[in-house]
Write a protein that binds this ligand. Sequence first.
Ligand SMILES: [Mg+2]
Length: 408
Amino acid sequence: VTERRILHVDMDAFYASVEQRDHPALRGKPVIVGADPRGGRGRGVVSACSYEARKFGVRSALPISQAYRLCPHGVYLPTRLERYAEVSARIHAIFHRVTDLVEAISIDEAFLDVTASQRLLGPAEQIARRLKAHIRAEEGLVASIGVATNKFVAKVASDLGKPDGFVVVPPGEEPAFLAPLPIGRLWGVGRKTEARLRDLGIARIGDLARFERRELEAIFGKNGGGLWELARGLDDRPVVPESDPKSIGAETTFGQDTDDPEVLRRTVLKLADRVARRLRDEGFRGGTVTLKFRYEDFTTLTRAQTLEAPTDVATTIYRTALQLLEQIPRAGRKVRLLGVSASKLAGARDHPAEQLGLFSKRDERRRNVERIVDQIRAKFGARAITLGSLVSRPAAKGRPRGGQDAEE
Ligand SMILES: [Mg+2]
């Protein structure tokens, strides 16, 4: 049996690095991504930060206000997910030059199974080196890579070398590689398990590897067997190539909590427009529309509606989401976040709704209008035309205040 060769590729400080690459003046500076578009004191959380910012104690998921206190001279930027997704797609295209077995685990992280690629492209280590060089040369970005016989060890390896990491664990050397590392590195070891292991005098993975499987099962039940395997560097999970998305969604966190019905309506329209555009771009139609609603106290509700026929028309998604919004009890409470998504996706090409007679005449007309809008945008930029100008509505007042947008 040939040993599997798995790569874990993880981009270093991805969002911040893309910003530094796009804006050379930011290189070498503490860059914090996730800020309110209007300035550094917004209410978001840090979605990424450069290594220069980490020196000040800034980390991902820290509230921006706290980051600002730690690093007041940092450069605070709003998240530009569309831009990062674009760069991510190009990096994925580079991955696919060496194997079709690519499993994306986030926008900046993936597993690659290159076992079969070695026959044509040489040893896994060489493939990984070339990959790293191509990403640097073509995208100006740094990837940390771990090479091992399985996902778990490859992931630990890529992480260990960061930043600019390149760590190869040769077959058979997994237990020795893992032995000196703290047990917190094991998958599935949360704070509780870690505390219990420490009580037993187990601090490093090597300490754990000395136990018999049944001893660990006696202490940790079913999880004991998993711990025993990981401690020896055993992990037979396959790399599962990406499949079609399960849902396509967009959401907005308001710059200021609001109960203004006109702001809510316009936001639902904006989100529906983004979702529909992505559906059309990616060749899908959604059969179910879901509205996500977060109150100012963070309580979150979702309401879903299945459509008569799958759609990629913004107006249809908008009208459905608006009906869902009306079902949500508001009683004077303000809204912090709104999200719209489409799920039960069907490929537009596989199931042409028109041919099945499922697309209503009205949907078809709206769809044609939106196609024209797509073309205008492609030619003159996204801001050239808004769907709002095409959808009937009550008199408008004010625009939604600047908030934070995120895409699923
Ligand atoms: Mg990363």
